[in-house]
Design a protein around this ligand. Structure first.
Ligand code: COA
Length: 185
């Protein structure tokens, strides 16, 4: 983390705190709009607070567990204290390689792009992954997001769709319910 070092391009990169949630929430909305899905995000600031910055408590109940679900690093403009970028990430586990980090979002506001800020933000996630004993950073990028693809490729991204033929997807909440309801446990 370079929050103690000299500031380049008028920004610092640092781990997020609970008071950043409002700003991160605003940037999540901006990223969704940029990707063409302005109505996508359903998270509230309160959910972000709960899942990223839990107060210690009883973790025995899955529904009310206060375990930390994600980590975030933010880009803060030094002159104003305004957040101009963020990265949200969390652990995954590979049965071949062990611990790794999944990068859910990385975003730098357009006025701050192409000046090395995105690379510094990405490096902060890579540093966290390595220091934590992780062996990879995984992510998904939309096919149509040519800017982000160019950014990742510049940094050495191995495209597992192209190179290994991986197809990724999800089971949505409704489907989960149907599956669970269709079997007797
Ligand atoms: C992707 C993003 C974070 C990159 O941030 P940035 O601050 O512009 O990136 P940097 O200036 O640090 O660039 C790092 C390297 O990538 C290259 N790069 C960045 N954007 C590029 C682009 N659009 N085309 C080609 N190369 C690009 C830079 O030239 C630089 O290469 P260098 O190290 O050889 O100089 C930023 O464009 C962004 O927030 N985009 C919108 C959100 C988004 O798409 N996020 C990803 C969702 S999966």
């Amino acid at each position: 983390m370079d929050s103690d070092g000299p500031s380049h391009h008028g920004v610092i990169i640092r781990p997020a705190t609970v008071t950043d949630c409002q700003g991160i929430h605003r940037l999540i909305q901006e990223l969704a709009a940029f990707q063409g899905y302005p109505d996508g995000p359903e998270l509230t600031v309160e959910t972000l607070r709960r899942d990223g910055f839990p107060v210690e408590g009883d973790n025995s109940d899955r529904q009310t567990s206060t375990a930390q679900v994600f980590q975030a690093n933010v880009v803060e403009e030094t002159a104003t204290g305004k957040l101009v970028g963020y990265a949200i990430f969390f652990p995954f586990y590979s049965t071949w390689k062990g611990k790794g980090i999944y990068l859910e979002d990385i975003y730098v506001q357009s006025d701050y792009r192409k000046a090395g800020v995105g690379k510094r933000l990405f490096a902060s996630v890579c540093r966290f992954a390595l220091e934590w004993g992780g062996s990879a950073v995984r992510l998904s990028v939309l096919k149509k997001n040519v800017q982000a693809k160019a950014f990742y490729e510049r940094l050495g991204f191995e495209n597992s769709t192209v190179e290994d033929g991986w197809e990724t997807g999800r089971f949505g909440e409704e489907t989960l319910r149907k599956i669970v309801e269709s079997v007797v446990v």
